[in-house]
Ligand binder design. Sequence first.
Ligand code: HDL
Ligand code: ZN
Length: 428
Amino acid sequence: MQTATVDQAAGSRALAASQIGAAVEHELRAAQFIDIHTHLYMPSLGPVGLWGIDNLVTYHYLEAELFRSSTIQPAAYWQLSQREKADAIWKALFVENAPVSEATRGVIAVLQAFGLPTESEDLREARAFFAAQKLPAHIRNVFKLAGMSEAVMTNDPLDPAEAPEWLKGAEPDPLFHPVLRLDRILNKWADHWQILAGQGYQVDAQATGKSTAEVRRFLADWHARMKPVYMAVSLPDMFQFPEDSLRGRMLAEAVLPACREFGIPLSLMIGVRYLVNPALKLAGDAVGKADLRAVEYLAREYPENRFLISVLSRENQHELCVYARKFANLMPFGCWWFLNNPSIVEEMTRERLEMLGTSFIPQHSDARILEQVIYKWRNTRRTVGPILANAYRLLAEDGRAVTRADIQRDVARLFRGNFEKFTGMKKQ
Ligand code: HDL
Ligand code: ZN
């Protein structure tokens, strides 16, 4: 028999309840995921991309944990070199204490993946290993270890380090998809409108007159340059829409029409309380429960727009599932930031499966450092596998045979197809 025929026969055979767990594990491991939100960068954008052990160990999640397990104060920490910071974190969180938090254990998983020692007193051997890596080959190896085919980036047209690389004409990269990030326009207009004015866009501090039309022209110019798969913004827990505010007008008059014109979704990541502890810098943000009636209004009043939605508060998750049942132009995605812990990923994924079937996007890595995708996707497969298997076992118990082909199709939809169709990367 042809291999394909054997596969088809095997794929279409009903699985015994005892086979379902292993089948789900296999299909999750075999599938190549799209990582739909990261802070990774294609190498053609120059040195903005972070990778290697010192960046891994000084991840802002670990900096927050350092100050709870060391006497060092933030002001003194920020004076250190990056190596000294990494040494301080390694000593406090990995040597003097067991690295049992999600973020610390993740570094251990990365070291293990490269066959590096995980119990050293220092980072000498790891530093030598990463220093010997050549980035393009290292990226391909890391993506292979993570079981992902592509990473979706976060690209900021007003970032002084990144924007010049785009203006020079950064070469597109099939492993990376651009995203047009809007935080500096929508949340920090006062600090950035003069940059647009300096580039010839007729905007002013209060965004009066032609300002929103000119922002729309700015978005069109960067859409042509970046070819983003979606536009994105992070929003505070107090976000309201509609709102008679500069952000409200920018969204209604520039961003939403631009997304419709270009046929791409808008990603709203809602629920951040920015810099509750400014001394911690990037690690200083916290979480707040949002009023999701803003999402309800957007989905209902802008039916031609599509919205990728991730909310930061655990308390908002169930109502987001309910809204997703009401509006097919909402796509819940990921277990974002403080939610990306197995105890909460399990709860969120179960309620999403129970209420949305396979019509949502379970996870993104939010990786800031390249090698983090190795542990973030290992943890997702480890947590989501048993949940999917349980759903199939219940289905079999209630009278519908489950096949390997079912599982393969559903895993592909959850971790690739929903995103490809929602963004138009793949036609419906
Ligand atoms: O705004 C965002 O995209 C967030 O993901 C922030 O980057 C946050 O600091 C983060 O890294 N979360 O994982
Ligand atoms: Zn992010």
